[in-house]
Design a protein. Structure first.
Length: 87
């Protein structure tokens, strides 16, 4: 995992919540973690990582992840066994 992906992972788990995480950086980090990312239609994006599946809605009109979505992402990564301390 490169420095940019590690920084994105760290930002996802930061407290207080980080309001400046770009969607594209999040998707790039997932791909680096070997996730299968598929467009599902509209703003929906399906993600399969370590046997777990989730659907996230791409933020629009901007590119920054909403705080409500950030909490779902954080929960999903923990369920997938992603520990930010390991990276």
């Amino acid at each position: 995992m490169n420095k940019k992906h590690r920084a994105t992972l760290k930002a996802i788990f930061e407290r207080p919540d980080n309001k400046n995480i770009r969607w594209d950086d999040f998707i790039g980090m997932l791909v680096e973690l070997s996730a299968d990312v598929t467009e599902k239609g509209g703003s929906m994006v399906g993600v399969r990582l370590h046997g777990r599946y989730a659907v996230f809605h791409r933020p629009h009109p901007g590119n920054l992840i909403y705080l409500s979505l950030l909490k779902s992402i954080r929960r999903y990564l923990l369920e997938c066994g992603i520990d930010p301390q390991e990276f």
